[in-house]
Design a protein around this ligand. Structure first.
Ligand code: NAD
Length: 253
């Protein structure tokens, strides 16, 4: 199908996991897709190859290496995307990290890195696309939060704080821009098999798996269709400041 033909979709963290799985669906809908990620060139090449395999044509893809927590790098990245593909219509903020530590032992650096990438990065990237979306009177912003923002998690106070911040940011911005026909929503996945999840220590994962009513972790293909749905017109039009929860029953909201 070509339901996003003519639209430009920028996906931070699109080099892996749920960002990459979403990028594949956007490619299939004929959108032009920009990946913004700080992975090394070799990993990004691999991601691009997967998108080509998913059907991306010449001129449909753009890849830019940038750290979403770095204001100058973010401004340069979005200027490069605009030059290569045009103004962004859909922004997916999927770039994120996860680490573990109890608060009593947590270094200030561990805390700051988490907030800088997961929360500040979401703000910096979003700010870059708003002017063009307002001008067009159309836009879609889809932020990756987490189900843990609803229930908390031991050893992850910094991660949960960053993702709770993303939800608050999503709701407040949604108020500001709904009148411009820009929707802002958050995705709150449960544990999904990606390099990020698999970097969490095994005992934590074993504990979490036992807690899940569904008894297993999720797959990226079980999240990406919801990201696509939020970007589609009319499918996503009436979601404003929502948090969508595909989490295997970890939190029933
Ligand atoms: N996997 C899960 O269980 C899970 C659950 C809930 C929420 N999330 C969130 O979903 C989003 C996607 O995560 P994923 O699980 O697909 O992980 P992933 O590690 O597969 O993908 C994350 C991507 O973000 C990129 N990234 C990290 N820091 C960056 C930075 N500073 N600048 C630019 N790119 C950066 C990484 O290089 C990577 O390609 C994240 O925000 C994560 O917090 C993940």
């Amino acid at each position: 199908m070509s339901r996003l033909k003519g639209k430009v979709v920028a996906i931070t963290g699109g080099g892996s996991g749920m960002g990459l799985a979403s990028a594949k669906l956007f490619v299939k809908e004929a959108a032009k897709v920009a990946i913004i990620d700080y992975r090394d060139e070799k990993s990004l090449d691999k991601a691009v190859k997967q998108l080509v395999k998913a059907g991306a044509k010449k001129g449909q893809l753009f890849c830019h290496r940038a750290d979403v927590g770095d204001e100058r790098a973010v401004k340069a990245a979005f200027a490069a995307v605009k030059k290569a593909l045009g103004p962004v219509d859909v922004l997916v903020n999927a770039a994120g990290i996860d680490t573990t530590s109890e608060v009593a032992d947590m270094s200030t650096k561990l805390w700051d890195d988490m907030i800088r990438i997961n929360l500040r990065g979401t703000f910096l990237c979003t700010r870059e696309v708003l002017a063009d979306m307002k001008k067009k009177k159309w836009g879609r912003i889809i932020n990756f939060a987490s189900q843990l923002a609803h229930k908390g998690a031991p050893e992850m106070a910094h991660y949960v704080a960053s993702k709770s911040g993303v939800i608050g940011f999503t709701r407040s911005l949604a108020y500001e821009v709904a009148k411009d026909n820009i929707t802002v929503n958050a995705i709150c996945p449960g544990p999904i098999v990606t390099p990020l999840l698999m970097s969490i220590p095994r005992p934590w994962l074993n504990r979490k798996q036992k807690e899940l009513p569904i008894g297993r972790f999720g797959e990226v293909e079980e999240v990406a269709p919801t990201v696509l749905m939020l970007a589609l017109d009319p499918d996503g039009n009436y979601y404003i400041g929502a948090t969508l929860n595909m989490n295997g029953g970890d939190v029933m909201v």
